[in-house]
Design a protein around this ligand. Structure first.
Ligand SMILES: Nc1nc2c(c(=O)[nH]1)N[C@H]1C(S)=C(S)[C@@H](COP(=O)(O)OP(=O)(O)OC[C@H]3O[C@@H](n4cnc5c(N)ncnc54)[C@H](O)[C@@H]3O)O[C@H]1N2
Ligand code: MOO
Length: 408
């Protein structure tokens, strides 16, 4: 029978048991490194930029040459050359001199500011009139302003974002060490479950969970693996779970998680090794029969068979398990705030994760609860997120503000 844990207890048990999970690293080229977990500190071996650079198209000046100038009283400076992109200037500016410089060009020695071309007039006689004063540092990015040599710019454990990939490119990294992908095995159990290309006979049903779970756990840092449909038979299930546990880091088994005569998932997990089942039963709606197990260092989880329950539990607990095993502390979760479109009664004694459809209507964001039993598949498809209702709550009132977590 169940020994029901609260949601917080279950999440803590996941953290305590899987936070030290060890996963090897692999070298990957940076074009494949987005959303992978970095396994090294990135220390800059260079200053960026490596030279003092203009941020505008204009004329490089010694700022003091322009002090006090205006439209009425411009400064007249002698043009001694032109800066070419990618080339080191071959001359040095002296007082009263200037040179044309494009955006991104290197400042000649002594220049300490750039006047934008809009504030200059060039009469093609070798001189230019400057009608705007420039302070030292105007329109200049100095050597090392962006990244200074020796700085730690990205820490080990970071979930790399496109912005980080650009920074790695700037620093000259073509490949980096990242954590290997977490392998997540997926098994569906049930004598009545058939493949999706088959036609159901009698009370057979097509396998929904393998596919929805696959879609949820599929990320750039995981590799989902199908292990197929297994009948409600202890020995057959044990054989498949054992193989999956060897080959994967996490094994998800949907169905057979409850306490019926044919529900063997819990016994199978316990039979495979130490410590076995850690949690069987969570005070959550849907998902009460959820099983969290550990075999050696691997996670073996039993999800409820009802497709909507498996979906919700996977989103809440398996996402947390994956983050914990990979050491991801910051994974941004898209959320929106909205107001309830109607009352929603809830006093189940369990925390509830209610699928909702959240919609922008003019300047308001409205949350529509998606009603239906957790055995219904189509209801989830109508939702785009969920709201969390705490255990002691009596329900929600029309107009009440709530936070919606959007499905992946
Ligand atoms: N005596 C009790 N019975 C049940 C309880 C309880 O507390 N006491 N909890 C109920 C809840 S809540 C849920 S959720 C279910 C979970 O049961 P199982 O995990 O054992 O799931 P099954 O019995 O194997 O299947 C339930 C239902 O889902 C269909 N199913 C299963 N797998 C799939 C799949 N891959 N694709 C599509 N549909 C699937 C299956 O045909 C059943 O209709 O237990 C309650 N019972
Ligand atoms: O937890 Mo069950 O998942 O309520 O249907």
């Amino acid at each position: 029978m169940f020994d029901v844990k609260s949601v917080d207890e279950a999440l803590t048990i996941i953290e305590n048991n899987f936070k030290d999970y060890k996963l090897d690293y692999e070298l990957t080229s940076i074009d494949e490194a987005n959303e992978r977990i970095l396994c090294q500190d990135i220390i800059s071996e260079e200053d960026i930029p490596s030279f003092n650079r203009s941020t505008v198209d204009g004329y490089a000046v010694i700022a003091s040459d322009t002090f006090g100038v205006s439209d009425a009283i411009p400064a007249q400076l002698n043009i001694i050359g032109e800066i070419k992109m990618g080339e080191k200037p071959s001359f040095v500016l002296k007082q009263g001199e200037t040179c044309y410089i494009p955006t991104g060009g290197e400042l000649p020695s002594n220049a300490d500011g750039i006047v934008m071309i809009e504030y200059t007039e060039n009469f093609d006689d070798g001189d230019v009139f400057i009608s705007k004063a420039c302070s030292p540092g105007n329109n200049v990015v100095y050597k090392g302003d962006d990244v200074v040599i020796g700085a730690k710019v990205i820490g080990s454990g970071t979930l790399l974002k496109p912005q980080d990939i650009g920074l790695l490119a700037a620093l000259g990294y073509s490949e980096v060490k990242v954590k290997k992908k977490l392998r997540v095995g997926i098994i569906s159990t049930g004598d009545e479950i058939i493949g999706i290309s088959e036609k159901p006979i009698g009370s057979q049903v097509r396998d929904v969970n393998s596919y929805s779970l696959y879609a949820i756990v599929q990320t750039s840092f995981t590799t989902p693996v199908f292990y197929g449909i297994v009948p409600d038979d202890y020995n057959t299930l044990k054989e498949v779970v054992e193989k999956a546990t060897v080959e994967c880091d996490i094994v998800l088994i949907s169905g057979g998680s409850s306490v019926g005569q044919k529900d063997v998932t819990s016994d199978v997990i316990d039979s495979l090794g130490y410590p076995g089942v850690l949690v069987h039963g969570i005070a959550v709606k849907p998902g009460k029969p959820t099983i969290i197990g550990k075999i050696g260092e691997k996670a073996v989880v039993g999800l409820p068979g009802h497709p909507a329950s498996a979906f919700v539990v996977c989103n809440i607990f398996i996402t947390h398990l994956i983050n914990t095993m990979l050491g991801i502390s910051k994974r941004s979760i898209p959320k929106v705030n909205g107001e309830m479109a109607s009352n929603y009664p809830s006093n189940t004694g369990r925390e509830e994760y209610l699928p909702v459809r959240v919609e922008k209507e003019h300047d308001r964001t409205i949350i529509y609860p998606v009603y239906g039993k957790s055995s219904l598949i189509s209801i989830l498809s109508k939702s785009n997120g969920y709201i969390h209702i705490s255990r002691g709550s009596e329900g929600l009132n029309k107009g009440q503000l709530k936070e919606v977590v959007l499905w992946k």
